[in-house]
Design a protein around this ligand. Structure first.
Ligand code: NAD
Length: 293
């Protein structure tokens, strides 16, 4: 059944997601403050026009404070029973507050951050990790099935964001560990291909090593083979590691490795040459360093 969908935030991720919904036969109206558009998507000339009279509203925005602003402006124009899906990666508190504000107006809210990056967004192969009621998730599922290949209902409001930042904390830590191990192997005279052959089939294996190897010419094709052009940018990894530390503080969780990974990516992005590079460019960073920097 064709739905009327408002899509807010037509950036790198949002535009191809909105296009996939339109291609599947939905009537999609898009709005972005930067004036960006998406193939097959009608342009709404205001946020209000993009949300009023819709069956579902989807947001794909840079951060939690923008989400809160957009939600505060949009919710009063949304009818009771509308489905509100936020796919941005934001802090758990913003996800919970937004869901509460929506539910107070009889709007069904789902926080549904994604993994799979720009390739997954255009290919319709994203993974959604969702938080919200059973009913809201069941209503959102057909839309997740168009934009992605897997959707996991993780729990109540905020649970999708919790799953996302825990996953990306593991990713940040394992990528750094993989890069520093390659740099150590270099200095021990170990061939990188041999290092990959052993680790990728031994207990040091991980997604960072096996699927996204940071060493050029080794393992599957990855951003390392393309001069570390992102892929997944180091600044986005820094954002997600910051969100995991913010959540850890709120929940009084001890996360020393996550904090160290955040500090290393902050150093890399803010004080070194990591900005604009893929997050696996930690390998050339470690290559050039000794024990005292
Ligand atoms: P992006 O910066 O390309 O897109 C965000 C869009 O939101 C921009 O076009 C911007 O103009 C628009 N926007 C900002 N404020 C707005 C407002 N008030 N009203 C309407 N539009 C507004 O970012 P992206 O790469 O598309 O990422 C979006 C979200 O997805 C982020 O939360 C990011 O962390 C997450 N994410 C990104 C990736 C990735 O690989 N790019 C992967 C997974 C998750």
């Amino acid at each position: 059944m064709s739905m009327k969908i408002g899509f807010i935030g037509l950036g790198n991720m949002g535009a191809p997601m909105a296009t996939n919904l339109a291609k599947a036969g939905h009537d999609v109206a898009g709005f972005d403050v930067a004036g960006t558009t998406a193939e097959g998507v009608r342009v709404a000339d205001s946020l209000e026009a993009a949300v009023a009279g819709m069956n579902a509203v989807i947001t794909m925005l840079p951060n939690g404070s923008i989400l809160r602003q957009v939600a505060a402006q949009a919710i009063p124009h949304m009818a009771q029973g509308t489905l509100f899906i936020d796919c941005s990666t934001v802090d758990v508190e913003s996800a919970k507050n937004t869901a509460q504000a929506a539910e107070d107006k009889g709007i069904m809210a789902v926080d549904a951050p994604v993994s799979g990056g720009i390739g997954g967004a255009s290919g319709g192969t994203l993974t959604f990790m969702a938080g919200g009621s059973e009913e809201a998730f069941a209503n959102a599922k057909p839309l997740f099935d168009i934009m992605g290949q897997k959707a996991v209902h993780c729990g109540d409001a905020g649970a999708g964001q919790a799953a996302k930042i825990c996953n990306n904390m593991i990713l940040g830590v394992t990528m750094i560990a993989t890069c520093e191990a390659f740099a150590l192997a270099d200095k021990l005279g170990l061939d990188r291909q041999k290092m990959f052959d052993v680790v990728s089939t031994s207990s040091g294996y991980s997604w960072s090593m096996n699927a996204y190897c940071p060493a050029p010419g080794v393992g599957p094709t990855s951003p390392a083979d393309n001069g570390y052009t992102p892929g997944f940018a180091a600044e986005l990894m820094l954002k997600d590691l910051g969100l995991s530390q913010q959540a850890a503080e709120m929940a009084n969780a001890d996360t020393p490795m996550g904090e160290l990974a955040r500090a290393l990516y902050a150093q890399f992005v803010e004080n070194e040459d990591g900005s604009g590079k893929d997050f696996s460019a930690m390998l050339p960073r470690f290559e050039t360093r000794g024990r005292n920097g």
